[in-house]
Design a protein around this ligand. Structure first.
Ligand code: MLT
Ligand code: MN
Length: 310
């Protein structure tokens, strides 16, 4: 058994984004029918209903914990059902929530060595006291079981693999050429499985391209939660909120010949769900023509609080 709880379905900034007044942010802020607020990108997973691992820790983690009773302490005086965190990259929307997890709580934090190295260079993360918090490197392409700080098995198995992407925005180095110093491992995807039965799914909240290797991994799978950042590659400039394209930000768009809907067409994935959706993306409006198109292509649009049982 695997249970997935979507804590945050939005991309960096969430929806509405604090300084954005484009169509979607405005509609969500105005509580228009068919809209709902989305916090920043994170899911929680359990294989036993008691102990959960977070996959990414968003700057909204405090409010996400408050909103979802599964994340509340269950024993007195101190307790958390959160055993640890798995990180898929070093983006602010995926790591800033680690700072919310201070206060002397046992945790294990799994990440690629590249991500651990930037966290260890940034001393603010020392609030995660090493007496309580174990930082563990994830080996790529090798299945292993997540364990809590004391080595107790979670029943959740992980296989991590590198996917095309980009170094975190706050680490971009223009002197390093057009990929800004991006290296293998800066963005990873995860296959998440339950140890006890054959349930599994993929969590890939950032991805710039579906390579043959990635297509072969996800082919015929039960479920993929996939990067849904933008509808169109140039959506930020056409909405007049920025100049960057999706590709420049390390994301694939949903639509068009280079988009994820097209790339998934022949992969026979049973359940396809967009996550990490930017506030400029019209699929966030339930009555938009773009939402209709994704649904016609058998995609679901995740929302905060969405629960999926596998
Ligand atoms: C992204 O997904 O592209 C990043 O979260 C952008 C950011 O850091 O704001
Ligand atoms: Mn992001």
């Amino acid at each position: 058994m695997l249970k997935v709880l979507v804590l945050g379905s939005g991309a960096g900034g969430g929806s509405p984004q604090w300084n954005c007044n484009s169509d979607v942010s405005k509609a969500v802020r105005g509580k228009e029918p068919g809209t709902s607020p989305r916090t920043q990108s994170s899911i929680a997973v359990t294989a036993n209903n008691d102990e959960w691992f977070l996959f990414n820790a968003s700057p909204d983690l405090g409010s996400q914990i408050l909103k979802n009773q599964q994340m509340h302490p269950k024993k007195s005086p101190r307790h958390s059902p959160i055993s640890g965190v798995v990180l898929t990259n070093g983006d602010v929307d995926h790591v800033a929530g680690l700072l919310t997890l201070r206060e002397r709580q046992n945790l294990s934090i799994y990440a690629h060595p590249r991500v651990h190295s930037v966290l260890s260079q940034n001393s603010i993360f020392n609030v995660l006291n090493p007496t309580y918090v174990d930082r563990r490197n994830m080996e790529m392409n090798k299945k292993f079981e997540l364990q809590d700080k004391n080595g107790k098995n979670s029943g959740i198995e992980i296989e991590a693999f590198e996917v095309p992407g980009k170094i975190a925005l706050w680490l971009e180095d223009e002197s390093k050429g057009e990929n800004f110093g991006t290296q293998e491992g800066d963005t990873i995807g995860l296959k998440i499985s339950s140890k006890d039965d054959a349930k599994s799914f993929f969590y890939i909240p950032a991805c710039a391209k579906i390579t043959n290797d990635l297509a072969n991994r996800i082919k015929n799978s039960q479920m993929v939660l996939f990067d849904g950042t933008l509808w169109e590659n140039d959506e930020m400039s056409s909405s007049n909120v920025g100049e960057k394209t999706g590709q420049r930000m390390g994301h694939m768009n949903n639509s068009g010949p280079q988009g994820s809907m097209e790339a998934f067409k022949d992969l026979n994935v049973k359940k396809k769900i967009y996550i990490h959706i930017n506030t400029t993306n019209p699929i966030l409006l339930s009555d938009s023509k773009e939402r209709k198109i994704v649904e016609e292509n058998d995609w679901e649009v995740s929302y905060d609080g969405m629960e999926i049982k596998l």
